[in-house]
Design a protein around this ligand. Structure first.
Ligand SMILES: Cc1cc2nc3c(=O)[nH]c(=O)nc-3n(C[C@H](O)[C@H](O)[C@H](O)COP(=O)(O)OP(=O)(O)OC[C@H]3O[C@@H](n4cnc5c(N)ncnc54)[C@H](O)[C@@H]3O)c2cc1C
Length: 459
């Protein structure tokens, strides 16, 4: 049976279920296509989300089922590799029951009229006359189906199963390179001691345990914790490092996991890069991890998944009303996303590359010098930018004198964060100028990469 929809959404994770819900609520005929059984949709994550994302979700009119929350957080502790420095960054958030979260979002989509097609594995986009016209899928019973739609939403997670099968001239198809991703493994475990301050999540920097990434300890109660680590994909590719092996070697038998009883184990890939050059193509958009909508420094992607879906849905609804689902017709999603989050994401990507090139010794000395205050760390991670007074600049300059090598890298990163922002502020208002713009962006990144002794990237 071949069906025709206004919108086919591929993937029933956070991004896909929310986008499907939003569009069906506006009266569109929407299919939500998922390879797993609906009741088995579950994402391996750290389960932490900032309160501001939840508030935004509530503002959209959804009433959130309280079963999705396991614990309330009041801040994050950040540790230097030698554990001698601890920063506390205040900020409210929640530890999610990620299974309940997924089931709740799918049921909201279902209740708003979405056709939930589970056990359907999407294989390829249907490309006709230069437009994506839906997808082909294999069903659980071994049959194949064509799901036709005016607009296709790729919400299939980091693999981007639809968008990456488009030819390279569709800028939405840009692949996710290992060097722009983190490879992560985590367990949810019960421990045999009382976890101190379970209302704080903890982040540990260590190039031994989690090279080019961090390891985390996110309590879910005073007895259970989500504990895991991420390794920079570049190192996984070049050295064969493996997050699971490092977990077994350094965390599984550590005092943090004392009495460990594993409740759930699993891994995944986290995109940690600047936004795709374009989140849209003719008849297609990408959201969530498929759109690499993730904070490149800490890897938080649940909030950006919601945000990207909200903005994409608005653009799709408007394009369908105008009867123009071309790249130009959907373009507004690009500019809305960049304004709301993407520019900050690009700046944080610059910061992330700098962090990944610091040794443990440099991280220890840099954090010990307390170059940035806890509030400034928060500001950088929130806004991707720093707004400093003259006096504060002077204080920082004096502290930087103590760690000249770290200072050089930090000021380089801050300079390029500003320059990259300048380029994004000139993001084209329509697709015609995208290729020229992209040349200038990649040239700027490559200039920066060269200074960090990283090889250039091509377009
Ligand atoms: C180990 C780890 C820890 C993390 N920790 C955090 C954290 O603490 N906080 C945070 O905010 N973010 C965290 N993230 C990132 C966050 O989990 C993701 O950014 C977010 O869940 C992305 O949601 P999504 O809906 O875009 O993708 P996904 O949740 O990956 O959903 C994609 C869906 O598409 C389906 N699918 C895939 N291929 C097909 C196909 N061919 N046909 C049909 N369906 C398909 C999948 O089954 C899946 O249900 C973490 C990620 C990892 C891997």
């Amino acid at each position: 049976m071949n069906e025709t929809y206004d919108v086919v959404v591929v993937g029933a994770g956070t991004a896909g279920s929310y986008a499907a819900y939003l569009m069906a609520r506006q009266g569109l005929k929407v299919a939500l296509v998922e390879r797993k059984r609906a009741e088995e949709v579950f994402k391996v994550t750290g389960d932490a989300i900032g309160e501001h994302h939840i508030k935004r979700l509530e503002a959209s009119g959804l009433s959130i089922n309280n079963k999705v929350f396991m614990i309330r957080y009041s801040g994050a502790e950040l540790y230097s590799p030698d554990l001698s420095v601890r920063y506390f960054v205040a900020g409210r958030g929640y530890g999610l029951d990620i299974g309940e979260w997924a089931q709740w979002l799918i049921s909201e989509a279902n209740n708003s009229g979405v056709d939930v097609l589970d056990r359907h594995t999407v294989t390829v986009p249907i490309l006709e006359g230069g437009f994506v016209k839906g997808v082909k899928a294999n069903r659980g019973d071994g049959t194949q189906v064509e799901l036709r739609a005016k607009v296709t939403v790729d919400a299939s997670g980091a693999t981007g199963v639809v968008r990456t099968k488009l030819p390279p001239q569709y800028r939405i198809s840009e692949p996710l390179l290992p060097e722009d991703a983190s490879y992560a493994y985590r367990e949810v475990i019960e421990v045999d001691y009382a976890i101190a301050n379970p209302q704080n999540i903890r982040i540990y920097l260590s190039n031994v345990i989690s090279p080019g990434g961090y390891w985390w300890f996110f309590p879910k109660s005073d007895k259970t914790v989500n504990i895991g680590l991420g390794i920079w994909g570049k190192l996984v590719k070049e050295t064969g490092l493996n997050p699971r092996s490092n977990y077994d070697k350094y965390l599984a038998k550590s005092e943090y996991a004392r009495g460990r009883r594993v409740l759930h184990a699993g891994g995944g890939i986290v995109p940690t890069r600047r936004p795709l050059p374009s989140l849209v193509g003719p008849g297609i958009v990408a959201v969530g991890d498929a759109a690499v909508a993730v904070n490149p420094v800490h890897g938080g992607g649940i909030g950006p998944a919601l945000l990207s879906s909200e903005l994409a849905s608005k653009a799709i609804i408007e394009a369908l009303e105008r009867g123009d689902v071309s790249e130009r017709g959907l373009w507004r999603y690009n500019t809305d996303y960049l304004r709301a989050y993407g520019i900050k994401q690009a700046q944080l990507d610059v910061f992330r590359l700098m962090l990944q090139t610091l040794s443990d010794d440099q991280l220890n000395r840099g954090l010990r010098a307390r170059i940035l205050t806890e509030e400034e760390v928060l500001e950088i991670s929130e806004k991707g930018d720093l707004n400093l007074s003259g006096l504060r600049k002077l204080t920082i300059a004096l502290r930087l004198l103590k760690v000249p090598d770290v200072a050089r890298k930090l000021s380089l990163a801050l300079r390029y964060m500003n320059e990259v922002k300048g380029i994004y502020l000139n993001y084209p208002q329509d697709p015609g100028n995208l290729d020229n713009w992209l040349v200038s962006l990649v040239a700027k990144y490559n200039e920066y990469r060269l200074k960090l002794k990283l090889p250039p990237q091509s377009i």
